[in-house]
Design a protein around this ligand. Sequence first.
Ligand SMILES: Nc1ncnc2c1ncn2[C@@H]1O[C@H](COP(=O)(O)OP(=O)(O)O)[C@@H](O)[C@H]1O
Ligand SMILES: [Mg+2]
Length: 594
Amino acid sequence: MKAVSLCVQQDPPIKKSVDYSLLRRLLVFLKPYRLHLVGAILLTLSASALGPLRPFLTRIAVDDHIIKGDLSGLLMFTGLILGLLFLQGLLQYGLSLLMTWIGQRVLLDIRNTLFRHAEGLALRYYDTTPVGRIVTRVTNDVEVLNELFSSGVVLMISDVMVIVWILTFMWNTSHELTLMTIIVLPFLLVASFIFRAKVRTVYDKIRRQVAQMNAFINEFVTGISIVQLFRQERRMQSQFAEINAEHRRLQDQSIMYYATFFPVVEFLSAVSLSIIVWYAAGNIASGLMTIGMLIAFSQFTEMFFRPVRDLTEKYNTLQSSIVASERIFALLDTAQRVDDAPNATPFSGLQHGVEFKNVDFSYDGTIPVLRNVSFSVTKGQTIALVGATGSGKSSIINVLSRFYEYQGGDVLIDGHSIRSIRQDDVRSKIAIVLQDVFLFSRSVADNIGLDRDGITRADIERAATALGADAFIRKLPHGYDTNVRERGAVLSVGQKQLISFCRALVTDPDILILDEATSNIDTESEQIIERSISTLLEGRTSIVVAHRLSTIQRADAIVVLHHGEIAEMGTHQELLAKGGVYAKLHALQFAAAS
Ligand SMILES: Nc1ncnc2c1ncn2[C@@H]1O[C@H](COP(=O)(O)OP(=O)(O)O)[C@@H](O)[C@H]1O
Ligand SMILES: [Mg+2]
């Protein structure tokens, strides 16, 4: 486990220039819903066209009817304005429903795509990427995109349309008044420019802060036992408080920007209105302007500033969406996979054996971990891998399981390179029991069967009985249907190991790979486990990282690893007689016990 610390890797800060080509890639996700999108745009256009009609009608109502005392047509106008408002509301209602509908579907598609991609990534990627970051990618970043789809783009179109319409109506009503209204526009542009820049920076910081918080909490939960054992609570608390305080400070900052910007817009809009009123004061008297025009323009002004303000805000949404999509696509573009060769052949079962031939391997491509490793296992044989911690035993298993790509030599199954055999086929014939048992938060039976084809409840119980696990499983509250809870909290280490053995045995695999756990467990469980291991290995082609003397002695051959190289090979007796590395290891590890 990684050290519990504050040095959680951070996402790099956003670039100054935003890459709009990402939007094009996002459009691909919108493609299945293009008809809905066209519908939404049509709705937007109609809704935005209706807005400016209201001041327009108001002016006619005031000038031609109210002022002239001709109340006959007034009722119709009032009805018309009411109808207009109702229709506008209806269109907006339909629009939000439609946009949310599209947004949620696109989101679902993106999340599924991301998840599918992440599942196939090589372990190398996970070695170097904090879990919190992947979680943030699939949850938060996709959520940010939601805003883009459900409110952003379409409403931006609508805002622009509203502005264009209002300007047209204003211009047709009065050229001078239109110019008066937009006199403050340059100030507004400057204000929104400053606001945008500020908010963008602070939002990016907030986003990275959230990612850091996720990563911190993740590490904390994973290491909770260490935190409690070593009484790190206080330290963790203060670190968390620190991250949290920084988060609050940034949020305060963003609120401050909004709190300043919105009143500035209001103020400018008020200035605009005063200019109109001031202008009207002189001109209504002289008959150059009507009261209706004054009322219409005060409505226009209000209508004009709202979309301008909203556009500024949505521009921020657009930018954070682009940043989010940048990160999402970066994950989707991660090509760290262990792929099948295009002409990979199927594999239906082991005929002869497995061979490592001069294998060179390194995790990161620089530090060698395995050097010139060669050994072979004939069908039905058991090979034990023995060596000090860090000598490369688990790495041999990693290479054979194709978790990592090896650099030199070859690994052969029945004489064919494992690179030329379909991974899926190989994995269905090989059973691997790793050192750390991982249980899903599902029932015991599910954890053994894992929904694999052709495995029945009877198979599961048979495997458990053969391995001596049946007795304890039946004693669990719901027997085989007991949920093991998250990360197997209700089971002992030995019991978890037995379940993982059952998981391997239930498919009756051709090849068994076992990384024996080093953890010491009580003598009774130890005996059950020893017996289960011998049942597992019985007549099966196996490669076992062995720590138990019983497993080692039973092996047909022992491969002794030393600093990533094979130091010696032979049977237990041969190697003891030789007095080399194995004899020393044996003396250190078992002399006291035997
Ligand atoms: N995921 C990994 N990334 C980089 N180096 C690793 C990784 N896993 C193991 N190593 C390194 O590879 C070497 C061999 O490790 P390993 O095969 O796990 O040893 P063993 O199982 O014999 O104890 C060690 O030096 C270890 O630090
Ligand atoms: Mg190991």
